[in-house]
Design a protein around this ligand. Structure first.
Ligand code: GTP
Length: 835
């Protein structure tokens, strides 16, 4: 090994030669001169001396050793002309190792120190004696480092508090070693926070002698002092606890994209800033997004993919799955059929339902007050029947629209004196489409003009063939007025149900459908539920669409309180958190917590979907506007008190259509505005007009929630006038340009930051700052744009009148010349009328 001189060694250690000679003398190596060589043996002796010196001293010294270091920095201030002396004082206190330090730690740590020192002493004699413990610490760090990486450790040099160092062979990589040392220190300070022992054990770095060793038992599992179980935890932590490593390649993340997600949440999921997504959307999708914007799944997936990550479509249905994954497979029993009565207007649906109800439902005391609950149950000789007490298509379509299959048998009522009418055909289509059994009731048989044969013939044309003609549909002549044939009708329905072999379990989880709902002043939210599976009991926890609650009371179709309701039994339930929507599914859930969570989840999802849908419709509108020349539609749903009004209004409205705007009455009918109308308006972006009719509560709820346009009228002229105005509004307006002022350019100044400013005289009208302008040169338009500035003297002004001088800056145009004219104009929108 090449020997170095004492002088060189002192230089390496950044010590004075005299000090090193003194230390050598104290360690027993006397008579040395600066140019004498220092052997490895001597270095080792010196190290041993210093080690014993510090080691013994720490035992003898007080509990704490505090090191102070003062450093004066000469800093230049301001533009560099002044210098300031800054005194930096650093203080470091080391606490003496606890006498009671547990054996385990000592066993782990101390031998390592010995081993390291002994092995490395030859190559790593140290030291600056006056900075004892820190010096030792640094030296040992360097040694440990060298052990791991001899090359880089060779240059280990201290920074900060001590000035010790290790002797290095020539050609050392100082900067690298210093960096490593710094990293090491950083690591060390992290360890101090995280708990030292585990990491030290792992990296085999010696603990600082004289520093208090934190015992395993002294620290709890969470890393706080004073607990047990730390050793294991820290050892594990040490494995994972690394200094931050900057990734060298792009990190590709698998990003779960739910059905809708806010932009900020998506940014979090990708570990990027929201601004990056906003920027991406602006540059690539042409959309100005905000941080809280809700993105639909497709858009979010596209963004994730384009930003280099891997999108995974994800549906948050865990809670949903949990509550809906119930098995309804208990022992089944025969259940009553559920019957809906449909037919054309005025053919007697309500009369028939009322007749059956009055004749067959045995009202209880309270039930005498004829509060309809949306469905009722009757017992016949052939078994029970449940009638949905809302005639017509409304309820049926609302249920179907929500995917709820409630009805087993449809009774199509046809007035014997009127025959098959449009809504009769519609009812047939509905019934056939949903695959339910059909029974035809030929009503108003008491009337003289009744002609059942004609009805049969007309129905055959609709492929509803009576049994006596070889078909499979039972035809029953009835009179809702006299009650004639009603029993036969009920028998026919029961027979039809027999064929369907309707069964359902009576025990286990309960499932049903909300038929009607309302908010009762005294009782709160009330929902009429038709139980389909199981038996609903008081105290059960129900989840109804987006609402939930413990069933507080059950009210039967007679108005009496009941304790339970089995399959095909309609019942009013009280105790829900809010009013559910007709067609919502009701299930029972085992715990209120689960029901609440599921309801919250559904509400949140519904809200998100609503916002997403609104945004989509806004976008759609934009595209509609952008697509020039495309025909625009005004969709109308018209409800009126009488058929005559509907025809008159529809005729007048349709005539308002022209080449650009088309007025479509997409649905019309006699009667109040129902939920079906509201749903249809929502789906087809239609306006709802009520002519002498009003919307019911459930329709109002949808209309309010979804922002559907609803207007009531009582004069036909007004409704037509309103639509006419809407059509005019939809016609692309004409624009007229009015020149409001002309300025003569008399001079041109160049302003350093603004560019060219035209010194002008207003020769006509006035020039306004917000108006668009044109620059004219010899009466030819050479530039069109807007004003950047309008000034009188030094003041910014909004308007300059004729005869006044002003300075005009034209935005993005610097070529204004003397003699040009600046013409200021206004674009005026001229509404087109149909007249
Ligand atoms: N003579 C006679 N009149 C009947 C009979 N059934 C119903 N009507 C009458 O026919 C008219 C219409 O009856 P509704 O029961 O309201 O008919 P609807 O089909 O429910 O009508 P909408 O609810 O408007 O769809 C009423 O004036 C009833 O009195 C019947 O069997 N015989």
């Amino acid at each position: 090994m090449t020997e170095v001189s004492i002088k060189q060694f002192a230089e390496t250690l950044n010590l004075s030669v005299d000090r090193l000679l003194t230390q050598l003398g104290e360690s027993g190596i006397k008579g040395k001169k600066p140019n004498d060589a220092i052997s490895d043996e001597e270095k080792r002796t010196l190290l041993a001396y210093l080690k014993s010196l510090h080691g013994e001293k720490t035992e003898a010294t007080p509990e704490k050793v505090t090191l102070r270091r003062k450093q004066t920095l000469n800093l230049s201030a301001g533009s560099g002309k002044r210098t300031v002396n800054v005194e930096v004082r650093k203080k470091r206190t080391y606490v003496k190792k606890a006498e009671t330090a547990p054996e385990t730690v000592v066993e782990e740590a101390i031998p390592e120190i010995e081993e390291t020192v002994n092995e490395e002493a030859v190559a790593t004699p140290v030291v600056a004696a006056q900075e004892t413990p820190a010096v030792v610490e640094q030296t040992q760090q360097a040694q440990a480092e060298k052990k791991e990486n001899p090359v880089s450790a060779k240059g280990a040099e201290t920074d900060g508090e001590s000035s010790s160092g290790a002797p290095m062979p020539p050609k050392e990589d100082h900067s690298k070693a210093a960096k490593k040392q710094k990293d090491q220190k950083h690591h060390e300070s992290r360890k101090k926070n995280d708990g030292e022992d585990g990491l030290r054990a792992k990296t085999k770095k010696p603990p600082v002698k004289g520093r208090k060793v934190i015992a395993d038992d002294d620290v709890d599992a969470s890393g706080r002092r004073g607990g047990k179980g730390r050793k294991k935890g820290l050892a594990k932590k040490a494995l994972n606890d690394h200094v931050f490593q900057k990734p060298t390649a792009p990190v590709i993340k698998e990003v779960k994209v739910p059905e809708s997600i806010t932009l900020s949440a998506l940014a979090d999921a990708m570990s990027v800033k929201s601004g990056e997504i906003i920027k991406y959307m602006m540059m690539n999708l042409g959309t100005m997004a905000t941080i809280n914007q809700i993105l639909d799944q497709d858009t979010a997936m596209l963004i994730v993919e384009e930003m280099g990550h891997k999108p995974v479509a994800f549906t948050e249905t865990t809670i949903e799955d949990e509550v809906t994954a119930q098995e309804y497979n208990g022992a089944t029993v025969k259940r009553s059929p559920v019957v809906t009565i449909m037919g054309h207007v005025d053919h007697g649906k309500t009369s028939l339902l009322d007749y059956i109800r009055k004749a067959k439902v045995a009202f209880g005391e309270a039930g005498g007050i004829t509060q309809h609950i949306g469905a009722y149950h009757v017992d016949t000789n052939m078994g029970g029947l449940t009638f949905i007490d809302t005639p017509g298509h409304a309820a049926f379509t609302a249920m179907r629209a929500r995917g709820a299959k409630v009805t087993d048998v449809v009774v199509i009522v046809v007035a014997a004196d009127d025959g098959v009418m449009p809504q009769t055909k519609e009812a047939i289509q509905h019934a056939k489409a949903s695959g339910v059994g059909i029974v035809v009731a030929i009503n108003k048989m008491d009337k003289e003009s009744a002609n059942p044969e004609r009805v049969k013939q007309e129905l055959v044309a609709e492929e509803v063939v009576p049994e006596e003609w070889g078909g499979d549909v039972q035809f029953v002549p009835v009179s809702a007025k006299t009650g004639m044939g009603v029993d036969e009708l009920l028998d026919a329905i029961s027979l039809q149900a027999e064929i369907l072999e309707l069964e359902a379990p009576t025990e286990g989880p309960v499932k049903g459908v909300v038929i009607e709902s309302r908010l009762d002043k005294g009782r709160g939210p009330v929902a009429t539920v038709l139980v389909q599976v199981g038996t609903l009991r008081k105290g059960d926890i129900a989840l109804c669409g987006m609402e939930y609650g413990r069933v507080r009371a059950l009210v039967g179709d007679t108005g009496d309180m009941i304790d339970e309701a089995g399959p095909s039994i309609p019942v009013e339930i009280l105790g829900l958190s809010g009013v559910p929507v007709a067609g919502d599914e009701m299930i029972t859930v085992e715990s209120e917590r689960k029901a609440r969570e599921a309801a919250m989840f559904r509400q949140a999802k519904n809200k998100e979907l609503k916002i997403a849908r609104q945004q989509k419709s806004k976008l759609d509108n934009m595209f509609n506007k952008m697509a020039e020349g495309e025909i625009q539609n005004i969709n109308i749903i018209l409800k009126a008190d009488v058929q005559g009004s509907i025809e008159a209004i529809t005729d007048a409205l349709v005539k308002l259509s022209n080449d650009e705007v088309k007025v479509n009455v997409i649905a019309s009918g006699v009667g109040g505005i129902t939920e079906t109308d509201a749903n249809l308006a929502l789906a087809s972006e239609a306006l709802i007009f009520g002519f002498n009719v009003r919307a019911d509560a459930s329709a109002k709820r949808i209309i309010d929630n979804e922002g559907i346009s609803l207007k009531y009228y009582s004069v036909i002229y007004e409704i037509v006038d309103e639509v006419k105005r809407a059509v005019e509004g939809k016609l692309a307006p004409d624009f007229r340009e009015d020149i409001v002022g002309i300025a003569d350019v008399r001079d041109v100044f160049k302003a350093p930051k603004i560019g060219a400013i035209a010194g002008c005289m207003i020769i006509d009208g006035s020039v306004k700052r917000n108006n668009p302008i044109r620059v004219l040169r010899e009466n030819v338009v050479i530039y069109e744009g807007v004003l950047e500035s309008l000034r009188r003297f030094k003041d910014d002004v909004n308007e300059v009148q004729k005869g006044m001088e002003c300075g005009i800056g034209v935005k993005d145009y610097n070529d204004v010349r003397v003699g040009d004219q600046i013409e200021c104009y206004e674009r005026i929108e001229v509404k087109r009328t149909l007249d």
